[in-house]
Design a protein around this ligand. Structure first.
Ligand SMILES: Cc1cc2nc3c(=O)[nH]c(=O)nc-3n(C[C@H](O)[C@H](O)[C@H](O)COP(=O)(O)OP(=O)(O)OC[C@H]3O[C@@H](n4cnc5c(N)ncnc54)[C@H](O)[C@@H]3O)c2cc1C
Length: 327
């Protein structure tokens, strides 16, 4: 394992406490290897070496949709928090390709994947650039937000994407233009292991208006979700209604109707404010959260017939990655 990371321009920590210190849940185990590259080149070489040696590489964003198992994770965990991976530059593209809308003139920002989405939402709103106000109150790195196509009732990040730069399994740089990416409910079609940057197409607007929009959406989220608790947002995906309409049923409502609000296992509790948020109380461990997730899925299936599928990403040891699956 040491040979994979040696001689590269990166910081390495062995047996790094990522679950407890780098995820929003603040629980869970350690990474055998945590690598923080200082350059894109080092990251490309690292990915290539992982590929050549069959070593699993996982990318950690801001840990807001992630549970690390108590026994920790093997392979290499990559964290893009060096300044080079948090850069933002404004670009003036004459013709911007947006999802479904081609040839639209406007501004765009190119944002590296490690940038905090919360900071980006504030800074673009302050500059009067409209397009990602809907992401207010969504804790994420830009890379994690793209991977999950984060969003909600006000829109999702995929709506603003013009292009995404990635590193593929062989360690090569690749670029995907928006028309070639399918952004769907809480997922996107990109299968490359590393999202490196995103170009977001934004429209000039009155800064007072963009700011007001951000404040309004943030206030809505604050009153409907337990934002201050240790959680990872929604645990389950909203399932399809199953009537062929394409409509989704709220997983939170199904959990609520099954009478599960407030249910606890160990230090994990189903939030009273939003039943799809499972919170970690002091003393909780990852196993408590996993047990509560299994329990809720079982009870909801019994009560309503819906099979809930996790939105939360869970990292465990000895996972094998199937083609096209991110872990
Ligand atoms: C209080 C709270 C509220 C939330 N509200 C919402 C909401 O309203 N809407 C919503 O969609 N989500 C919400 N979430 C969930 C979370 O904010 C999103 O899923 C977000 O996109 C996670 O981004 P991240 O950077 O934290 O990713 P992580 O949790 O670190 O990782 C998630 C997945 O993305 C992958 N990933 C991360 N970065 C990269 C990269 N650079 N390249 C390749 N893969 C990468 C990881 O490997 C992992 O598979 C909420 C979470 C919390 C804690």
């Amino acid at each position: 394992m040491r040979s994979i990371v040696e001689d590269l321009d990166l910081e390495v920590e062995f047996d790094a406490p990522i679950g407890a210190e780098m995820t929003w849940y603040r629980v869970g185990g350690r990474a055998d290897v945590l690598a923080r590259p200082r350059s894109v080149e080092a990251l490309c070489t690292l990915m290539r070496r992982c590929h050549e040696t069959g070593t699993i590489a996982r990318v950690l964003g801001s840990g807001a949709n992630l549970l690390v198992a108590d026994e920790g994770v093997d392979g290499v965990v990559v964290h893009l928090d060096h300044a080079v991976f948090r850069e933002v530059s404004t670009i003036h593209r004459h013709r911007i390709h947006r999802a479904g809308v081609q040839g639209r003139a406007g501004d765009a920002v190119r944002v590296m994947a490690g940038k905090s989405l919360e900071q980006l939402v504030i800074s673009t709103a302050t500059q009067g650039l409209s397009g990602i106000e809907c992401m207010a109150g969504v804790p994420a790195s830009v890379g994690g937000a793209i991977r999950m196509n984060a969003g909600g009732k006000f829109g999702c990040i995929g709506d603003a994407v013009a292009a995404v730069g990635c590193i593929n399994v062989k360690g090569d740089l690749v670029v995907h233009e928006a028309p070639d990416i399918a952004f769907e409910y809480r997922r996107c079609s990109i299968i490359d292991p590393v999202i490196l940057w995103a170009e977001l197409a934004l429209t000039p607007d009155d800064p007072t208006r963009t700011h007001a929009k951000v404040k309004e959406i943030f206030a809505y989220k604050k009153q409907s979700q337990p934002m201050a608790a240790n959680s990872a947002g929604c645990v389950f995906r909203n399932p399809p209604a199953g009537d062929g309409s394409g409509r989704l049923v709220s997983a939170g409502e199904l959990i609520d109707r099954a009478g599960l609000k407030g249910t606890s296992i160990g230090g994990a509790t189903i939030s009273e404010r939003h039943a799809n948020f499972f919170t970690a109380e002091p003393g909780a461990c990852a196993d408590d959260i996993i047990a509560l997730i299994d329990h809720a899925a079982r009870v909801v299936a019994e009560e309503s017939g819906y099979e809930l599928v996790r939105e939360l990403v869970v990292w465990k040891r000895q996972e094998t990655r199937r083609s096209g699956e991110h872990v």
